[in-house]
Design a protein around this ligand. Structure first.
Ligand code: SF4
Length: 399
């Protein structure tokens, strides 16, 4: 056996043993249903495990099958995803579910190429589903696994560079192939109760890939990795050479860009004007309060309102400021509550939408309780919460 092969085998053995004792009991680990694993993997993109758990559980309750996901209405889908962000994910998920219904008779495909051909599924996600749910020796490579592998093998080159990325995929493949089958695996997936509370010890490929993800999430973290308790420390080049803090070498990061928005909660007779974002835009199909992007520090919100809507507000009150980040954008949203004069009928204000927004944008007047039924991006849901609390709406406790 070559030294490289010996290292790979020892790594696999250590990782599998460690995973069998340390894996978190996550709800999607109690099943091998590819649909359930697929939904979890899509939700986990850009989103932390603890955030995903209640979303995944609610999704499984409301849309427990591929057929249910394929036929769900757009409002239900977006409401189930509300708060997770990156809404293209849920629309692709439904497109893929519809394709599975038409092309694969509603059964999740088992061939890797068929999985990869589904909308919204790239090489990583296809590998995760094929290995975790179907125990196929398909490699995975995401941020966590890149960090673990570059440190374990002492890879100093930028992992985004093509040859280095290729090498990392090869290493991930060697590891998962070595894990199939592995002598330390007891029992098989079929012997496990699907609803077992324990993550248990499924089979090699599934456990190995999850052990890499889990090590990256719990031990080999970006800052302060727990090397002294790491199951791979004796085989880790970065640990041995004291290079842990240097790896992975990701190159220069893009500087964050600040963006500033002003939103108006127009109120008349206890109802607020909201609009639905058109298809093809960020946060398409979600509802929001009318808003505009402005140059930071240069906008007088009240004057801006008058110039956009064509009349002055009866009362104009600051409501709240929401700060959040989306990809490289650091966004500040200042919201104002705008009371309209009684003479301004809802129809008048509705017709104003075409001057302030896209002509195809749907707009409607809604009470806080009615708005609670709609899907909003997180920043606008915060505005809704404040309005609902001020209106003493019972929906506020669940908003
Ligand atoms: Fe990561 Fe440290 Fe383990 Fe190496 S020894 S894999 S750097 S946690």
């Amino acid at each position: 056996m070559t030294p490289r092969r010996r290292k790979t085998s020892a790594l696999v053995k250590n990782l599998l043993e460690w995973y069998s004792k340390n894996a978190r009991d996550l709800p999607w680990r109690r099943t091998h249903d590819p649909y359930a694993v697929w939904v979890s993997e899509i939700m986990l993109q850009q989103t932390q495990v603890k955030t995903v758990i209640p979303f995944w559980e609610r999704w499984q309750r409301e849309l427990p099958t591929i057929a249910a996901a394929a036929s769900a209405g757009s409002d239900q889908l977006h409401k189930l995803w509300e708060g997770l962000g990156y809404y293209t994910r849920v629309r692709n998920l439904q497109k893929a579910a519809q394709l599975i219904v038409t092309r694969h008779a509603g059964k999740f495909p088992e061939r890797f190429d068929d999985i990869l051909a589904l909308p919204g599924i790239g090489r990583y996600t296809a590998g995760a589903i094929a290995s975790i749910a179907l125990n196929q020796p398909a490699p995975i490579l995401d941020g966590n696994v890149i960090r673990v592998l570059t440190r374990l093998f002492g890879i100093a080159e930028n992992p985004k560079a093509k040859p280095t990325n290729k090498r990392l995929w090869q290493l991930a493949e060697e590891l998962v192939k070595t894990a199939q089958p592995h002598p330390s695996i007891r029992g098989s997936r079929r012997q496990q109760a699907p609803d077992s509370k324990s993550p248990g010890r499924p089979d090699g490929c599934s456990a190995l890939n999850q052990s890499l993800m889990e090590l990256g999430a719990l031990v080999c973290t970006p800052r302060s990795p727990q090397c002294p308790v790491c199951p791979a420390k004796k085989l880790c080049v970065a640990f041995r050479e004291n290079r842990v803090a240097e790896l992975p070498h990701l190159g220069l990061r893009l500087k964050p860009t600040a963006r500033h928005f002003v939103a108006f909660a127009l109120e008349q007779d206890g109802k607020f004007l909201v609009r639905q974002r058109p298809a093809g835009r960020v946060n398409a199909h979600l509802w929001e309060f009318p808003n505009l992007e402005v140059e930071e520090g240069k906008a007088d919100a009240e004057k801006l309102f008058k110039s956009e809507f064509g009349f002055a507000a009866q009362r104009f009150l600051p409501l709240l400021t929401v700060r959040h980040s989306i990809t490289r954008y650091r966004i500040t949203l200042e919201a104002f509550q705008v009371h309209l004069a009684a003479a301004k009928s809802p129809t008048t204000a509705l017709s104003l939408r075409s001057s302030a927004t896209d002509a195809e944008t749907a707009a409607a007047w809604k009470t806080p309780a009615q708005m609670h039924e709609l899907a909003f991006p997180s920043a606008h849901r915060k505005i809704l919460r404040v309005l609902a609390a001020r209106a003493s709406c019972p929906c506020v406790s669940t908003a």
